[in-house]
Design a protein around this ligand. Structure first.
Ligand code: ADP
Length: 344
């Protein structure tokens, strides 16, 4: 089984790398043949110059003019100047051609890498979304079957209902995220610009996360009566995704902090955790669609790589900026800075 998976992986990797190999051979061939033809052209011109000078010497000799005569020297100089002009032309045109070829090669290489990355991320997304949809559906089905088959004590029944509800919420959140991502693709879609009591929205989501992730200690420091202008569903997704991630990427019993404050010109939302942290080198990538740190085949946490993409898009649509910092003593801190409603 493992050997066949390895073989399939090698096959896939060969299939992906084959066009790159053909492209590299082609580029090397074009460069080499171009340099060779340029060299040949220059040396042919030199040979022609030498022959022309010999012919000139013979012609002047036949007319009895010595090779140090100014007339002869002038004619010889003219031939040499012609040769220099031709060489400069070959070098100039060659350089332009090489630069254009170089730029084209770099562009093609970049597009190829982007395509490859997109294909890998889409594969990751499909793998994770299948898993994300399959497992809550399976447990909802099992819970319903169990309740249908047997008469359960109230306590046990309530627990099953609670778990089923939380699975349904997870599915709902996932479908909501996918819908929101689809809206971002549709550039004609306009988000609502309603006056939203952001304090209540953040409080509500923090309560929900504290309830769903009882193993974490969620602390809130939320200023009352902070308003924002925006789309309620999109802002809910922003806060929920940041908080879900804080819970997902930090160990049980660790502290998650949610703070919301209105400053002179901004509304600042801070969410910090004491989790695994995000390496500096990954911070520029994590907002890309479907991007997840590490390898999908070995990763243990659930997810689709859509969360932070949505966070960034929603922040952009609301004129907000996001800052990622290291939390002290460990973990990650996200600051989302919104403009005040009057300054939007
Ligand atoms: P996912 O569905 O994988 O959680 P996200 O787009 O929400 O996708 O996040 C992208 C990646 O950024 C995650 O796979 C994870 O590796 C990293 N990440 C996001 N939030 C945190 C956090 N609070 N702590 C550590 N890593 C995080």
């Amino acid at each position: 089984m493992a050997a066949s998976a390895k073989r399939t992986q090698q096959n896939n990797s060969w299939k992906l790398n084959r066009p790159l190999l053909i492209f590299s051979v082609l580029v090397i061939y074009i460069f080499a043949s171009f340099i060779w033809w340029s060299y040949l052209l220059v040396s042919n011109n030199k040979h022609t110059l030498e022959q022309s000078i010999t012919l000139l010497e013979l012609q002047y000799e036949a007319r009895g003019i010595a090779s140090d005569n100014p007339l002869f020297l002038k004619a010889k100089n003219k031939l040499e100047e012609q040769y220099q002009t031709q060489v400069m032309m070959i070098i100039g045109e060659g350089a332009v051609f090489l630069i254009l070829l170089g730029v084209a090669v770099v562009q093609i290489w970049r597009s190829y890498r982007t395509e490859l990355q997109l294909a890998r991320q889409q594969r990751n997304f499909l793998l994770s979304i299948t898993h994300e949809l399959k497992s809550p559906l399976a447990s909802i089905k099992l819970a319903l079957e169990t309740m249908m088959r047997r008469e359960l004590p109230k306590e046990k029944r309530d627990k099953i209902v609670q778990n089923t509800l939380s699975d349904t919420n997870r599915l709902q959140g996932l479908v909501g995220d996918i819908l929101l991502a689809a809206r971002f693709e549709d550039h004609s879609f306009r988000f609502a610009k309603d006056r939203i009591l952001f304090s209540d929205l953040v409080e509500e989501i923090a309560d929900k996360i504290a309830h769903n992730h009882a193993q974490h200690k969620v602390h809130t420091d939320i200023e009352q009566n902070v308003y924002l202008m925006g789309d309620k569903m999109a802002l809910t997704s922003l806060v929920a995704n940041l908080l879900e991630n804080a819970a997902k990427y930090s160990p049980p019993n660790s502290r998650i902090e949610v703070a919301l404050h209105e400053e002179r010109e901004h509304v600042c939302l801070t969410i910090s955790d004491q989790g695994i942290g995000i390496p500096e080198t990954e911070r520029q990538h994590i907002f890309k669609k479907f991007y997840r740190i590490g390898n999908e085949d070995t990763r243990e946490t659930k997810g689709t790589g859509l969360g932070l993409f949505l966070v960034k898009e929603v922040a952009d649509k609301h004129g907000a900026t996001i800052k990622i910092k290291d939390n002290i003593p460990q973990g990650t801190r996200f600051d989302v800075i919104f403009p005040l409603p009057t300054t939007i």
